[in-house]
Design a protein around this ligand. Structure first.
Ligand code: PBG
Length: 326
């Protein structure tokens, strides 16, 4: 009688067997919680397209950060929404501006218990919503933008950020920021490069989250979804410019990119499970079409399996809570 010489099902027979032989598992310290703070709010403001996510007040942000610490989450990534915007995003440089103040407040709350990270980008601060300043033709001016990023980075490091996340996809941004940080004495402030960031339809809900003023798209600076090889170039450049971590974004439609980057990067690799990825799962779960907890867990595990060492996800605290239970 013939029988299969190898039966992979043997390792699937019991929960204990599956647990012991699992190749990957999730852990709270590698989860990073993106969080929004909006200037002038008196109550947290729900984001309709991201059920369960809010624009925070100072108090609710501090509570969310303290809760993340409690749950063992690794880090928090802060995004600020200012009351006033202008063409050059000048509010981003104000030491008392919404984001810089939030960094100080969160650091005061959590100290070094959580890695406090902040977004270095102009899109929340400009009245046109682009990630940089515009030239006379309305084109995003790379090198003029770099000068502002450098000043913004120093302001955020002064405020106490442990790690900066430049997300604007300007060429040379990592090098310019690194140089500015060194010049200001912030030698230990780390930089996570949004190295391979694609122009994605899945950012839709984020635009509501930050009240984005953008009309049009970011295709002259973010990567084209058609390109895979180019991601390696972007990562190589950022590594050469001094990136401490590199990131792939979005995550779920770009798992091939993540696997490529994980295979070649000499620094840890992060992936950002973005707003649209969050909202799709929430919407399907709200309709009763999928099992919410199982789908969330599977989606983040898939990102990890593809090669991410860290995952930015709006479910970071909730997921960390589940991991504590199990
Ligand atoms: C730009 C930025 C964006 C996101 C993070 N940083 C928006 C964009 O590039 O259009 C998107 C994050 C998300 O969708 O969850 N500062």
């Amino acid at each position: 009688m013939s029988f299969p010489t190898h039966r992979p099902r043997r390792l699937r027979t019991t929960p204990a067997m599956r647990r012991m032989t699992a190749e990957h598992r999730l852990a709270a310290p590698e989860l990073i919680l993106p969080a929004f703070i909006r200037e002038g709010l008196t109550e947290p403001n729900p984001i309709a397209s991201m059920p369960g996510v809010v624009q925070h007040t100072t108090d609710s942000l501090k509570r969310a950060a303290a809760e993340a610490v409690e749950l063992g989450v690794g880090g928090i990534m802060l995004f600020g929404i200012p009351a006033e915007r202008d063409a050059r995003g000048t509010a981003s440089l104000d030491p008392d501006g919404v984001l810089n103040k939030a960094i100080r407040d969160v650091r005061a709350e959590v100290g070094d218990e959580l890695v406090v990270m902040s977004d270095v980008c102009l899109d929340e601060f400009t009245d046109h919503g682009h990630c940089g300043v515009l030239d006379a033709d309305g084109y995003v001016d790379n090198d003029a933008t770099l000068e502002i990023y450098a000043a913004m980075a120093v302001a955020q490091a002064d405020a106490g950020a442990h790690m900066l996340g430049p997300s604007g996809m300007m060429d040379g941004q990592i090098g310019v920021i690194r140089q500015a940080l060194e010049g200001a004495g912030h030698t230990n402030t780390a930089v996570v490069a949004y190295a391979a960031k694609y122009a994605s339809a899945f950012y839709g809900p984020f635009r509501e989250a930050v009240d984005s003023q953008l009309k049009g798209d970011r295709r002259t600076y973010q990567m084209d979804a058609a390109n895979r090889r180019e991601a390696i170039l972007e990562v190589e450049l950022d590594l050469a410019e001094g990136a401490d971590l590199v990131m792939v974004k979005p995550a779920m439609s770009y798992l091939d990119i993540l696997a490529d980057v994980a295979a070649m990067s000499t620094v840890p690799v992060a992936a950002y499970q973005i707003s649209g990825e969050y909202s799709m799962i929430e919407a399907a779960a709200a309709n009763g079409w999928i099992d919410r907890r199982a789908a969330i867990t599977e989606s983040v595990l898939g990102i990890k399996r593809a090669g991410a060492n860290m995952v930015l996800t709006y479910w970071a605290s909730e997921l960390a809570g589940w991991l504590k239970e199990s």
